[in-house]
Design a protein around this ligand. Structure first.
Ligand code: GLN
Length: 515
């Protein structure tokens, strides 16, 4: 049997179903890989060795007994630390939640347990999902497996890096302004932000509630679809959850791969390209458009003028909502409590928040509190909401003339660790192409478009679809992936440099991570 860590989730599911391998073997291979490379990558904040192997063994037992099992049963998965996981530490990358062990599961955690996927551990992220590099994690940064001196994107850098370093075949992410798609782009992996309301957020640590969405991360479009189908669907525990059937994402991926794109209109968003985008990013983007054309798609240009203001509006709306969501970390209910002999609740609260939150979180709480304060509310929050309406209108007009819209996912490839961390504005600009989708609540995918010639690093291609049209992402994404894989003779990740292995694991773990 081939190296189990290199197989797709689909291939693993097939090998498990046919009895060629066992879930214990697959899960142990993933844990061994984590033990070997995570000292250098630091994708995981917590490794869940014993529980994962127990879950795997019970799948193997039921399979041996001839039980009918869900498609992904026995395929292990990495979970972003923004999802609460009963019995497993959950920090959202913040020191303020250090040591907190949730007493319940998020709906999505429950769904992956219900389909019997072993949870390998919790992945690193920027604190409370604020960032584009994972450098704002309270527990140290994650490194990009393509070049350990570079960022893996953020906030979900841990999930993306776990895929790109062959530690996990599938991972879960969350995307408020790009935190699934941007890490996917800079690590050569695939990530999808579903339609707002498509996946339950019950048990997800909130950043900005009108923008947050959970989504699937994987190494192929088909694997992403398989995980999407498990995660999505109505949940009465989330008031924003859509009560309607999940779009046929797995079928759409098959169709794109096998039948091409005849009759599909692809709109290129003029404002999300050109000036400010790295030359190699623009070059790979243009080549991908040629592949779409060859697959039968018609390419048209569309203009969305309001996008010039989208980033600014997002950085008013997000901090406003975050400042309210983060008020609950009050030293009483969760995690850290700094009590230096102070007696008043105000002082304990202030000391706890001063020590527990990092600089980026404090910056956004201050910004958001200011934007919402009496006298400034209309000028900032009110104006930002108007821009949001304009962005929604621009999308509606663009989708009147195109089935999907496309752009590069990010302006550049992965930058160096330390390069932008002290320059918030430059850091925020990484999200310029991903944020409009969150403001409008529409679904988006990033998939690898090749390596930029100037630095040999992955370039992401973004596809956007109208709300509830998530299946369109998969149809177009799968067709593009098939064309690119055929042209380069394999997947992009197969050309990633080999990581040196050592046996230093930095994440705390429950039980053995290797035999
Ligand atoms: N990088 C963006 C931010 O810092 C996106 C965050 C996200 O999607 N969680 O807000």
């Amino acid at each position: 049997m081939a190296d189990l860590t290199r197989l797709s989730a689909r291939a693993l599911a097939d090998a498990l179903a046919s009895g060629e391998t066992t879930s214990v073997a697959v899960t142990q291979a993933a844990l061994d890989r984590i033990a070997a490379v995570d000292g250098a990558v630091h994708a995981f904040l917590y490794v869940n060795g014993v529980d994962a192997l127990e879950a795997a063994a019970s799948v193997d037992k039921d399979r041996a007994a001839g039980k009918n099992l869900p498609a992904l049963a026995g395929v292990p998965i990495a979970v972003k630390d923004v999802l609460v996981t009963k019995g497993l530490p959950t920090t959202a990358g913040s020191r303020i939640l250090e040591g907190w062990v949730p007493p319940y599961d998020a709906t999505v955690t429950r769904r992956i347990r219900d389909v019997r996927m072993p949870i390998l551990g919790k992945t690193n992220m920027d604190e409370f999902a604020m960032g584009s590099s994972t450098e704002h994690s309270g527990y140290g940064p994650t490194h990009n497996p393509w070049d350990l001196d570079r960022i893996p994107g953020g906030s979900g850098g841990g999930s993306a890096a776990s895929l790109a370093s062959w530690e996990a075949p599938l991972a879960i992410g969350s995307d408020t302004g790009g935190s699934i798609r941007q890490p996917a782009a800079v690590t050569g992996t695939v990530g999808v932000k579903p339609t707002y309301g498509g996946v339950s957020r019950y048990g997800v640590i909130a950043l900005a509630s009108s923008l947050d969405q959970l989504g699937p991360c994987a190494r192929t479009v088909e694997d992403t679809a398989l995980l999407h189908a498990v995660m999505a669907g109505h949940d009465p525990m989330d008031a924003t959850s859509l009560d309607e059937p999940v779009p046929p994402v797995v079928e759409a991926a098959r169709r794109g791969r096998e039948d091409g794109l005849a009759g599909v209109k692809v709109g290129v968003i003029t404002e999300l390209g050109g000036e400010g985008f790295q030359a190699g990013v623009s070059q790979r983007f243009a080549e991908a458009l040629d592949h779409l054309r060859s697959a039968g798609a018609e390419i048209v240009e569309v203009s969305c003028p309001s996008f010039a203001y989208a980033l600014a509006a997002y950085y008013v709306i997000l901090p406003s909502e975050a400042s309210s969501n983060l008020a609950k970390y009050d030293a009483v209910r969760f995690g850290l409590r700094v009590d230096d002999g102070d007696t008043t609740i105000e002082r304990v609260m202030a000391a706890t928040r001063a020590r527990g939150f990092g600089d980026e979180v404090k910056r956004r709480i201050i910004l958001g509190t200011y934007a919402l304060s009496a006298g400034y509310y209309d000028a900032y929050y009110g104006s930002a909401q108007k821009v949001r309406t304009l962005v929604q209108r621009d999308f509606a007009a663009a989708f009147a003339g195109a089935d999907v819209l496309v752009s590069p996912t990010c302006p550049t490839t992965a930058f160096k660790l330390g390069e932008q961390v002290d320059d918030p504005l430059t850091m925020y600009l990484n999200d310029v192409a991903t944020i409009p989708a969150n403001l409008a609540g529409i679904p988006g995918m990033s998939l690898p478009a090749g390596l930029a010639p100037e630095d040999g690093l992955p370039v992401g291609f973004q596809i956007l679809a109208p709300a509830r049209g998530d299946d369109r992402l998969y149809r177009v994404g799968a067709a593009l992936e098939a064309a690119l894989d055929a042209a380069r003779g394999g997947t992009l990740l197969a050309s990633a440099p080999e990581l040196a292995t050592s046996s230093k694991v930095t994440a705390p773990s429950r039980g053995p991570v290797s035999k």
